[in-house]
Structures are given as C-alpha cells and as structure tokens.
Design a binder for this molecule. Structure first.
Ligand code: IPE
Ligand code: IPE
Ligand code: MG
Length: 241
C-alpha cells in the first residue's frame, strides 16, 4: 500500500498534441494526402475517448497552422471539408460524452460556412460541468497569437482600461485566443522534434514528448505510454526538490 509520504504524480490535466505525419502516412500507404487527413480524424476520435476515460481536463489539438495556408489549395479544401464533416458527425457523440468543443485561431480566414459550423458545434457542446474541454487550433500560430495579445493590451493601456504596471502573465493569458493557460504535457507525433509555432506562451513548463510515429499510426496505447511517462517525471518548476 502506498505510504502517505509517497509522492505520486497524477496524469496531466492539460494535454496538447501536434498531430503531425498525415501526409507521409498517406504516401507510405500509396493513398492521397486527403486520405491521410481523414485517417487522422479517426485517431482524434480515439484519443478524445481515451482522454475522457483518463479524466484529462483539457485536450488541445493542432489541426491547422497559420503556415499551413502555404499548402496546395486542393489540400486546404480537403481539410476544410473534413472539419465540416467531423463536426456534423461528431457533435452528438461529443455532447453525449460531455466533451465541450472550442475552436481558436484566425477562424475568420476559413469563411462563413466553417464559422457557422463552429458556432453550432460550440453551442451544442456547451456544458457547465464538462468531462473534457476539447480545444482545436485552426489557422493558429503561436507568434501571431502573441502579436494579437500585444495589440489588445496596448489598446487597453491607451484607453486607460489598465495600467502598464498591472500587466502580468494572467493579463497575457486573458487576452490570448488560447482557451487553456498552461499545458502540462505536449506530444508531437511524426518524428520531428519541433514546435512549429504551436502554443508558445502556454508550454513554458510543459513536458514535451516526441513520438516517432505518423499521427494515423498513433494508438491509444502510445497515448497511455505518454501519460504514464508523465507520471514518472519530477516537475520542479525551478525549485530545489
Ligand atoms: C499534419 O500532418 C496535419 C496538418 C498539418 C494539417 P501533415 O499533413 O503535416 O503530414 P506530413 O508532415 O506531411 O507527413
Ligand atoms: C504542424 O505540422 C502543424 C499541424 C500539425 C497542424 P506541420 O507539418 O505544418 O509542421 P512543419 O511544417 O513540419 O514544421
Ligand atoms: Mg507535417
């Protein structure tokens, strides 16, 4: 039996995932890139279910970056179509599981149709006591978000809403489009060891795990390995312990 002095880490509260590798997975399987993204959505469903099971508080997923607008038009259109399809298909199930959906990023760039779907999805899944907050980054870039925050705070200073000396980390979080203030565990699949402009401010003390598998090959077992590894980590936050 665990001694009451035994230090036991819990699973992370706030998880972020950079879901990379859909394109390479498709090529590896002689499929179209869009089929890689489609398979990627299937994995999202499984990871969401597992997150609910494991009592994760929030799951923040990188679905489309500011830089992904540089991709071929056909691929972008396929992703847009998938977002709409996924919302249509998943919302009833998410509601049932008490998963509350939120989208963030420069959403206006996606056009009216997606904006309306997003509003529908967020309204339908709004829940006072949600089991899981599922945040989807769409047209999001960490640097762009910081620029937006600086603009917001500057105009608040100019209109004398706040004083410069009152600006702190909380002010930044409050003015950011990112729905979660700090990430405990960040996972990146696909084999590359980089952040690619995902959450910058919010990952200050995140444990970062790079997984050498394409996102469509990522399993709940791989996810559990990451969650269990997190439990073993000593998080010092700068302290001497
Ligand atoms: C991640 O997979 C999904 C998006 C960026 C939309 P990729 O499409 O980047 O897959 P790879 O990195 O080319 O394999
Ligand atoms: C990061 O993947 C963005 C998403 C997973 C949505 P990318 O494939 O766009 O990143 P880079 O280009 O390899 O850095
Ligand atoms: Mg990629």
């Amino acid at each position: 039996m665990a001694n009451k002095n035994t230090k036991k880490n819990n699973y992370p509260k706030n998880v972020g995932i950079i879901m990379d590798g859909n394109g390479r997975w498709a090529l590896k399987n002689s499929l179209k890139i869009s089929q890689g993204h489609k398979q990627g959505v299937e994995i999202v469903k499984k990871i969401v279910e597992e997150s609910v099971k494991q009592n994760i508080k929030s799951l923040t997923l990188y679905a489309f970056s500011s830089e992904n607008w540089k991709r071929p038009k056909a691929e972008i259109n396929a992703i847009k179509k998938l977002v709409i399809e996924a919302i249509n298909e998943q919302v009833p199930e998410l509601k049932e599981q008490k998963v509350s959906l939120k989208f963030f990023g420069h959403l206006n760039d996606f056009g009216k149709k997606i904006l309306q779907k997003i509003a529908y999805a967020e309204n339908k899944t709004k829940c006072k006591s949600s089991k899981l907050d599922l945040n989807i980054a769409l047209g999001y870039g960490g640097q762009q978000d910081i620029v937006d925050v600086v603009k917001n705070i500057s105009s608040m200073v100019l209109s004398k809403e706040i004083k410069i000396e009152d600006i702190n980390e909380k002010t930044i979080n409050k003015n950011s489009s990112v729905p979660v203030d700090e990430i405990d565990l960040l996972i990146r699949t696909g084999g590359d060891n980089r952040i690619s402009n995902f959450l910058l401010f919010q990952i200050a003390y995140a444990e970062i795990m790079f997984v050498d598998k394409y996102w469509p090959d990522f399993t709940t077992n791989d996810y559990m390995k990451c969650l269990n590894n997190f439990k073993k980590v000593s998080r010092r936050f700068g302290r001497r312990i």
